[in-house]
Write a protein that binds this ligand. Sequence first.
Ligand SMILES: CC(C)(COP(=O)(O)OP(=O)(O)OC[C@H]1O[C@@H](n2cnc3c(N)ncnc32)[C@H](O)[C@@H]1OP(=O)(O)O)[C@@H](O)C(=O)NCCC(=O)NCCS
Length: 208
Amino acid sequence: MRPEGTTVRLRRARPSDARAVAELHVGTWKAAYPGLLPQDYLDDLAPEDRLGDWEQALAASPWPVVLVAEEGPTLLGFASVAPSRDEDADGTVGEVQTLYVGPRAWRAGVGTALLEAAGEALAEAGFTTGTLWVLDVNDRARRFYERNGWWADGATKEHDWVAFVATDVRYRRALEGPSPGRSAPEVHADAGPFLPGGVNRPHEGTDG
Ligand SMILES: CC(C)(COP(=O)(O)OP(=O)(O)OC[C@H]1O[C@@H](n2cnc3c(N)ncnc32)[C@H](O)[C@@H]1OP(=O)(O)O)[C@@H](O)C(=O)NCCC(=O)NCCS
């Protein structure tokens, strides 16, 4: 866990963040997915496998919106959002496409802050419902989403990763914009510092 009171900042990602995001993405897969995905695949995974996708995503406009959480120069986590790609989604549904926090920062509130900021970025763009897909066997993430007010809506899909096929389940929740009295993180470029604990507490016990 990170030291008490350390300052974490949330900001929009820039194209120059692509390598750090790809490295954190792959490092988090290797830390979080042993036992859930084939170990050979995880062992062979390298940041270069994801770099091109992130370079493309971070250069794209207007979607996805990619948010990063950092402590000084160190990237702790990231999230990306975009309109839903699901066939049954109408224009009111936005998707949290990715949410990853590096293992050294787990359980310090960074994921909650990123998830909240992701929902707000979608709500500010006019989406009223959020969805996301998560590996059915990813119990830690499923518990995390459920604590944050997301619920499994019954949809499942097979995700073909070429080396293996995984089953994803869909989660959903209504999106709320920032409301008075709630200390929401600012997510515009170079937003001011905030403490994850301060961001998270208003949500605890009310959702999920
Ligand atoms: C799922 C994930 C994003 C959660 O991120 P996180 O930063 O660890 O999440 P938080 O710290 O905000 O909350 C997680 C837990 O810490 C607790 N917590 C939050 N702030 C805390 C604090 N200051 N002190 C102690 N615990 C805290 C929460 O209650 C929660 O408890 P739980 O693990 O018992 O459910 C992260 O574990 C991750 O990246 N996992 C691997 C990748 C992944 O599965 N991503 C989802 C793909 S769909």
